[in-house]
Design a protein around this ligand. Structure first.
Ligand code: NCD
Ligand code: ZN
Length: 344
């Protein structure tokens, strides 16, 4: 049987939520990943180091003691984030980045940035401290087609931002388009990107296959097959600008199977296996470990993990549902299979 042993990976884009939901899901990630960049879009959002430290404690209390899991904390950038907030964050050693959500772009983003120019003071301070800006790259204008929101964001916001703040580290999160891949490739070494399993494995037809598929709805939304191929190529290219970030985002089943469903795909249950499957299908398994376990750490200036994990090429069935506090969630590929499996 084919096996693959790699340095334990890190997830550079993860939603862990809080309270009973957090307790239900965090060990799926801790079983596979040594560290994760934890997104700050709670209600209310994590806007300062004090809140990030308290959130980190709540996360660690839920992690099974058999795992050695380190949450890497982020702050939610707002129009009012001050230079002092950035300074305290940088000096904490615990906060690793700030997340820029355009107001209204996605789940829990209503307190996001209304105009990036309003954040210049924070961005200057981050540049000075070497703290990366993590970007949800979509415009929210209603006149822009939903499938074009990422490409338009590049032209209207990201390209000018990179010009104005050339020394700012920027991670273009969960990229979904050929345009985003090209932009990252053409930008200097400060610009990198995370790639999710769903954007490597699915295209927008999967939103409608056999009927509306709410569990394939995430933001940025799935794109055309040409885009998926560009994302797959980037992830498996061996270019250190592209690294693993699942964007695993749990939502209770009833909030997705409804007349106005939430955006987010829960992939953490078998995330590394889904990536391995995608790399395997592309005959690029030899490139997986750098993407999952080195490039992201290098970008963030973190040491490589010492632990290893082993994966076996053996089909596993993904559960139809998983508990989420008093509710349940429907994971990525629920009731289906994945051709790889983590060895315990
Ligand atoms: C994320 C969530 O649910 O928090 N949803 C999603 O569709 N990706 C937010 C985000 O990263 O956009
Ligand atoms: Zn996300």
């Amino acid at each position: 049987m084919q096996t693959l042993t790699i340095t334990k990976p890190d997830d550079f884009h993860l939603h862990l939520r809080d309270g009973v939901a957090l307790a239900s899901i965090v060990n799926h990630t801790a079983a596979q990943f040594a560290r994760a960049i934890v997104m700050p879009n709670l209600k209310p959002p994590v806007v300062n180091t004090e809140m990030a430290l308290a959130y980190r404690d709540r996360i660690l209390k839920c992690v099974d003691e058999k795992y050695n899991f380190e949450p890497l904390m982020t702050l939610y950038l707002t129009d009012n984030t001050s230079a002092e907030v950035v300074k305290v964050a940088a000096e904490s050693g615990v906060v690793k980045a700030l997340k820029y959500y355009p107001a209204g772009a996605t789940t829990n983003s209503d307190q996001g940035v209304t105009d990036i120019r309003k954040t210049a003071v924070a961005l200057e301070a981050m540049m000075g401290k070497g703290l990366p800006l993590l970007v949800h790259g979509e415009v929210t204008d209603h006149d822009v087609d939903v499938f074009d929101r990422e490409a338009v964001f590049i032209d209207r916001v990201l390209a000018p931002l990179v010009q104005d703040f050339p020394d700012l580290k920027i991670v273009f999160e969960h990229i979904t388009t050929h345009a985003a891949v090209d932009f990252v490739l053409q930008s200097g070494g400060k610009v990198a990107a995370t790639i999710t399993p769903q954007h490597m494995l699915l295209n927008r037809n999967d939103l409608f296959k056999g009927g509306l598929q709410p569990h394939h709805y995430c933001l940025p939304v799935l794109k055309a097959e040409t885009d998926r191929l560009a994302i797959l190529d980037a992830a498996t290219s061996g270019n250190p600008k592209f690294f693993l970030g699942t964007d695993s985002a749990p939502h209770a089943r009833n909030t997705k199977e409804t007349s106005c469903g939430c955006a987010g795909i829960y992939s953490a249950y078998a995330a590394i296996e889904m990536y391995v499957e995608a790399f395997d299908k592309a005959s690029k398994l030899d490139r997986l470990e750098a993407f999952s376990s080195r490039y992201g750490a290098d970008y963030y200036g973190l040491p490589h993990n010492e632990e290893q994990i082993t994966l076996i090429k053996q089909t596993q069935t993904i559960p139809a549902t998983l508990p989420l506090g008093d509710n349940e969630l429907v994971p990525f590929r629920a009731g289906g299979t994945c051709s790889w499996q983590l060895k315990n």
